[in-house]
Structure formats: C-alpha cells, structure tokens
Design a protein around this ligand. Structure first.
Ligand code: AVI
Length: 320
C-alpha cells in the first residue's frame, strides 16, 4: 500500500454503511421505498425546522399553542412525582412548556433519542435553563426494547411523544410502539400529539408548500446519497411528490423520476421508468376516536383530549 494514499480515503461511518445497505434494499424492492429516517442529516434537520415555521404547515404551531394553553391541565394528570420520558427527544423545545408547569423537585427527565451528539447538546442547553432539574438522557432507538432508568417508589412514569411523529410509523409500527410504551409506562401514562384527518386541501398544502422547503427536504435523501455514498443520477431526474391517500388516511411523499433514468449506487445500476417513484415517507392522520381505539388495543385507557378549535391537531392523555 502506498503510504499516504489510504490517509485520504474517507472511512465510511457505520451510519453511512447502514444508509447504503438500506438504499440498495429500497432500490431493489417493488415498489421502491426507504425509511423517512434518512431525511434527517444536519441539512435535513434544518430543513425540517424550516418546515415547522411554514404558513402551510399547521401541526407544529397548533400543538405548541395547545401545550402553551393547557400545560397546567395536562401535567395535573401526571401526579406529583414523575419520571418524564420524552420519546425521540430532538431539540427539547416542547417539553419546556410541561416542565414550566411542574414542580422542579418532583420530576426526573429522561429524554430518549438515537442521535447521541444531538441529544447531549440539547440536554446541555436544558440543564443551563433549568438548573437543579434531574436529567438522565438515554441514547437509544426507542422503538426497540431499551432499559429506562429505575423509577423511585411513589414515582409515576409518564411518556411524552409530541409532534405527531407517530404518524410516520406504519399502523403495525404504531401498534408495536404503543404496546412497548404501555408496558414500560404501566401505572403512569402517555401524553401524545396526533395530526387529525381533515380537509384534503389543507393536508395537501402542508406537504406542498409554495416556498418548496418540503420538496428540498424530500430531495435531501438523494442529495445525501450523492454526497455520502457517491450515488450518480441526473440532477434534474427526480421531483417531489406529496399527496393525500384517503384509503390509508395518510400523506405519501415520493421522489418521482421525471424520465426513464439510471441511478448508479456502488456497483449496481437501478432503472427507473418515467413516473416511477421512490416512496420516502407516509404521514398518517387519525381521528381521535380511531387513535384512542388503537391505543386501547395496545393496553392504554384513553383519557382527556386537548384539541384546537378547528380540530386539526390533538394532544391525548392515555392512562397506562
Ligand atoms: C416529523 N413528522 C411528524 C413530519 C410529518 O408531518 O409527517 C415530517 C414531515 N414530512 C414532511 N413535512 C413534515
């Protein structure tokens, strides 16, 4: 081996290797489909933050308003001593509204997220703003079995899963997550945000914003494939496609080939017909009653519901 040559070869991270393996599998499947988790590199996470601010994207601001208005009422369901577990913690913005309504010495906060660096950075920020708050971050995939810190005697474990992120799970994944949560939250409960079925035009606009941010977010999967994995395809070969599929009560996001084309990944060449898509995300919408029934089958007892005046978004208390 020539000294120095190897030095310049970027060592593919384990994450990139997984991305490559999943993308090969996605492109070999029929229909072609990949997990939405690949949206969220640094650029994709920034685009998602921009989506949350878009005039057409109502879920974030509607849920925030519900938390701002009803936090005191929500935390009344938790009990005085709480281990608060946030699933898929991210930036830890929304939980602050709950923490502000809770006695500081009665809560142990356990944010769970798969991305260690992001989680720890967010926890540092939270610790600075909430001195004395007991924070025990857990780096884990919360959809898989994991071990939460022990809960002290007389403390209830309460889950928090905001953002309607459960909508990005298939119904089977949602069911599996709810069963797992009902088990580990037994004796406590779950506070969860869901996006509610509504006028199709409102839904369509939320995923087809005029500024094109959602399109850039969707196309980011292919940009990542280009930058991280050296994938090759015509730069104008794919376009954003998002539509409401009423049969499944979900928004579907796809990347659609604008013409017949080849996508080269490693040693493989994948063919796309004109109009053929790579399915990148589904975002399920629920009725409150439908979601409560799902939660009940998974072991929860549905409790209070907080919704905005249009009934577009709901935060549900589920007793475990
Ligand atoms: C994170 N998740 C709840 C968002 C949603 O609405 O399904 C992701 C998103 N996709 C496009 N816009 C936003």
């Amino acid at each position: 081996m020539k000294p120095g040559l190897d030095w310049h070869q970027p060592h593919p991270s384990a994450e990139s290797e997984q991305f490559a393996a999943d993308l090969h599998a996605a492109l070999s499947s029929a229909p072609k489909a990949i997990s939405p988790k690949y949206f969220y590199d640094e650029a994709g996470s920034k685009l998602f933050e921009q989506i949350c601010e878009l005039p057409e994207y109502y879920p974030t601001r509607t849920e925030l308003a519900l938390l701002q208005t009803h936090a005191a009422d929500m935390v009344r369901h938790f009990g005085p001593q709480v281990q608060l577990v946030e699933y898929g913690a991210g930036a830890l913005r929304k939980v602050r509204l709950l923490l502000d309504a809770m006695p500081r010495d009665g809560v142990q906060f356990v944010p769970v997220d798969i991305s260690g660096p992001h989680l720890l950075a967010a926890c540092d920020g939270l610790a600075g703003d909430y001195p004395g708050l007991a924070i025990q971050p857990l780096v884990a995939d919360f959809t898989r079995p994991h071990t939460l810190p022990l809960c002290a005697e007389g403390t209830r474990r309460v889950g928090f899963f905001p953002g309607s992120s459960i909508g990005n799970f298939t119904p089977a994944e949602a069911d599996a997550f709810l069963r797992l949560a009902a088990g580990e939250l037994a004796g406590g409960g779950l506070l969860i945000g869901i996006d509610v079925v509504k006028d199709h035009d409102v839904l369509h606009a939320a995923y087809n914003d005029a500024a094109g941010v959602t399109a850039a977010f969707n196309l980011n999967v292919l940009r990542r494939a280009q930058c991280e994995l050296g994938a090759e395809f015509p730069s104008d070969g794919f376009e954003h496609l998002a539509f409401y599929n009423p049969a499944y009560q979900r928004i579907e996001m796809h990347l659609r080939a604008t013409r017949p084309l080849e996508l080269r990944l490693g040693d493989e060449v994948y063919l796309f017909n004109e109009g053929e898509t790579l399915h990148t995300e589904h975002s399920h919408k629920y009725t409150v009653a439908g979601f409560q029934a799902l939660a009940q089958r998974a072991g929860f007892t549905p409790g209070k519901v907080w919704a905005d005046k249009n009934g577009w978004f709901a935060v549900l208390w589920l007793e475990a």
